[in-house]
Write a protein that binds this ligand. Structure first.
Ligand code: SF4
Length: 281
């Protein structure tokens, strides 16, 4: 079976940066506790590896009582920094600079009197963080249907979740533009994600089975799998090679592989090896 791997599969620049910061902080901690507020990346295998190196993970700030708190690539609302300071904890900020840019847009639009409209998943930590930078007054929507129904003010500023697709963001702009007097759409999409999405879709169009590797809690991996599926190819989202099933590959001639921004190379390589070892290959 031929195997094609998307050339942008796996860790993005922002995730690599956050991991390096977290690892270095844990190494230099000199016995003090270092805790990531939420999993440092949406990948259980890497979270476990870092745990072995001394990086703890807590979902809630209330459960962190000492040491250093790492802010992961998704960022947090400003109040979280205030709470950390109030608790007397140290903070190391690993927020991705591209997410920081969205947070700055949210603040500036709010200060300039725009109603901030955030396009993305309202439960995603990145969006919760950006909401906090717009004084909590922004509205969040995820698709053109919601954009058509939401109540809007005269001046609207749009911000997209960094991992959103260009096409969907543009569709939402088309729905909102005629409904308001003034619309400012900020360019907040992550170029790394956009390239990863287009290289994965390009592969998906050339194969008859597509494997997307990454955490099920990774929004970016889930979106990647949906985009591959939309090309019409049989697409499977797995967290590791252990989930692959022989019957998926029966009668297939060409397999494509990609991975989300939080998927380490070793998981993608393990999937390649597994497929190569299919009997009769
Ligand atoms: S996907 Fe883009 S915005 Fe998100 S962490 Fe990676 S580089 Fe940063």
């Amino acid at each position: 079976m031929d195997i094609l791997v998307a050339d942008r599969a796996g860790f993005c620049w922002g995730v690599k940066r956050a991991l390096k910061i977290a690892e270095k902080t844990a190494e230099e901690s000199q016995g003090t506790t270092v805790t990531s507020l939420g999993p440092i990346i949406h990948n259980p295998a890497i979270v476990e590896q870092l745990h072995q190196k001394g990086l703890k993970t807590e979902k809630n700030l209330e459960d962190i009582r000492e040491g250093t708190v790492i802010i992961r690539a998704h960022g947090v609302p400003p109040e979280t920094f205030q709470e950390i300071e109030h608790k007397g904890l140290k903070v190391v900020d690993a927020t991705c600079p591209i997410v920081k840019k969205s947070q700055r847009y949210a603040k500036r639009l709010t200060d300039e009197g725009y109603q901030v409209v955030i396009v993305g998943d309202r439960n995603h930590p990145e969006i919760i963080g950006i909401l906090g930078h717009s004084n909590g007054n922004a509205v969040v929507l995820d698709d053109p249907e919601e954009a058509d129904k939401v109540s809007l003010k005269e001046k609207v500023g749009l911000i997209a979740q960094t991992t959103h697709t260009v096409e969907e963001y543009e569709r939402i702009q088309e729905v909102i533009r005629p409904r308001v007097k003034e619309m400012k759409a900020c360019d907040t999409l992550c170029f790394e994600t956009t390239r990863q999405q287009s290289s994965s879709v390009e592969i998906a169009r050339q194969v008859d089975i597509m494997i997307v590797v990454g955490g099920r809690n990774s929004a970016n991996t889930v979106r990647l799998a949906n985009m591959c599926r939309e090309t019409g190819v049989d697409t499977y989202h797995v967290e590791s090679a252990a989930e692959l099933k022989l019957e998926w590959f029966s009668g297939k001639k060409k397999a494509g592989i990609t991975g989300g921004a939080s998927t380490p190379d070793f998981l993608i390589e393990a999937v390649v090896r597994w497929i190569r070892e299919i009997p009769g290959n």
